[in-house]
Design a protein around this ligand. Structure first.
Ligand code: UD1
Length: 354
């Protein structure tokens, strides 16, 4: 059992990972600025982990704060130590992830994603905490030269969001190569995280119009939006639509648990791993799987390609299996069933009382 700081723990991937880590017996301190999430998600996490109000105060503590606030982070680590419950490891989800927004506001993306990570690492180092799981992204591979993509593929991001993730990975590599290195670091390169907890109590709840396929599709199915635009029907794939490696968010959450266990059990190291299923699905395959799961028709229009999309991205997940003994357990039908459980019970996301 460890005491873990979870930055961005109220977000989509963070909240699902919190459930898994609580069920594994860890005590969590969540730090979130709630700029793209809500404290309500953590109330539901607490209920899903079956914490009563008393144990919740110890096992799932929540702080509102900004990872760029160095003094705040220092105080957080100091207070934890002075209370006799120092932070053993950090899982760092906090960050910005909208590609289009990153092109419009590169300074903001570099500030939150890179400066925020640097402040966090500084505080960790100052307080003797050297174990970190970092949310990286398959976006680092840009337009991949071959699929499935191994971790050794060239790093060639094509937008400021991707550049900021690559910069943090570089910083972590520099730390791992430093003299007297004490760091245990896992960079987890996520493919396309989708789906929801099978209870339907927590899920993805983007602010405004979703940029990504799965939340957009779910909102069409539930009647919140009229129709889906499918970006490009002339890609060099079997049905002409792009292929991605969709990974169930609970598989992803379990991947974090496995990475953490590995870091805590083994000596100093830098692990860089793809987290994906190794299976590709086209946009239309996802649409049809979602229609089957929901029993609803999803109207769509084929429109022009979106700038910056690659035809096919699929993970080679072999290294994660070898190093962590982890592989995905859930398929596209499970993803759609659980995603629909969330969306149908919470048509307006966390704004719903459900
Ligand atoms: C996107 C980002 C990626 C980021 C990830 C984070 C881009 C180019 N890539 O991945 O850097 O790490 O989100 O979650 O933005 N699609 C439609 N209609 C829609 C939305 C999407 O047809 O309304 C298609 C896209 O063209 C793509 C597929 O669905 O082929 C998946 O898109 P999306 O969910 O946005 O994920 P990525 O683009 O793979």
């Amino acid at each position: 059992m460890a005491r873990l700081l979870i930055t961005g723990g109220a977000g989509f991937i963070g909240s699902h990972t919190c459930v898994v880590l609580l069920q594994a017996g860890h005590n969590l301190l969540v730090l979130d600025d709630f700029s793209n999430s809500t404290p309500l998600a953590l109330k539901r996490v607490s209920a899903l982990a079956q914490l009563d109000s008393q144990s919740s105060q110890v096992r799932l503590q929540v702080r509102r704060g900004d990872i760029r606030d160095q003094a705040y982070l220092d105080a957080l680590f100091s207070k934890a130590a002075s209370e006799g419950a120092p932070i053993d490891a950090v899982i760092h989800f906090a960050g910005l992830k909208a590609v289009g927004e990153s092109v419009r506001e590169p300074l903001h993306y570099w500030d939150v994603n890179l400066t925020g990570s640097r402040c966090l690492l500084d505080a960790m180092n100052a307080h003797g905490c050297h174990t970190l799981v970092f949310s990286s992204s398959a976006t680092l591979y840009g337009y991949p030269e071959r699929v499935p993509i191994p971790e050794t593929a060239p790093i060639q991001p094509i937008n400021p969001y991707g550049h900021s993730k690559a910069a943090v990975e570089q910083l972590l590599q520099d730390l791992a190569a430093s003299a007297a290195n004490q760091w245990r670091i896992a960079c987890l390169r996520y493919f396309n995280p989708v789906g929801a907890h099978p209870s339907g109590k927590i899920g993805e709840d983007p602010l405004g119009t979703p940029n990504n396929l799965f939340p957009f599709l779910s909102q069409v199915a539930v009647g919140r939006r009229e129709s889906l635009q499918v970006f490009g029907g002339d890609w060099p794939t079997s049905d002409g639509t792009c292929i991605r490696d969709y990974i169930h968010v609970m598989d992803l959450a379990e991947g974090h648990q496995a990475a953490l266990d590995c870091l805590l059990a083994e000596p100093t190291q830098l692990l860089t791993l793809n987290l994906g299923s190794g299976q590709g699905a086209s946009v239309l395959e996802v649409v049809h799987a979602f229609e089957r799961a929901s029993g609803r028709q999803v109207p769509y229009d084929l429109v022009a390609r979106r700038d910056g999309d690659a035809a096919i991205t699929v993970a080679d997940p072999a290294l994660a299996l070898q190093r962590l003994g982890w592989q995905t357990q859930r398929d596209l039908d499970d993803i759609c069933r659980d995603g629909w459980a969330w969306q149908s019970a919470n048509p307006a996301g966390y704004n719903d009382p459900g």
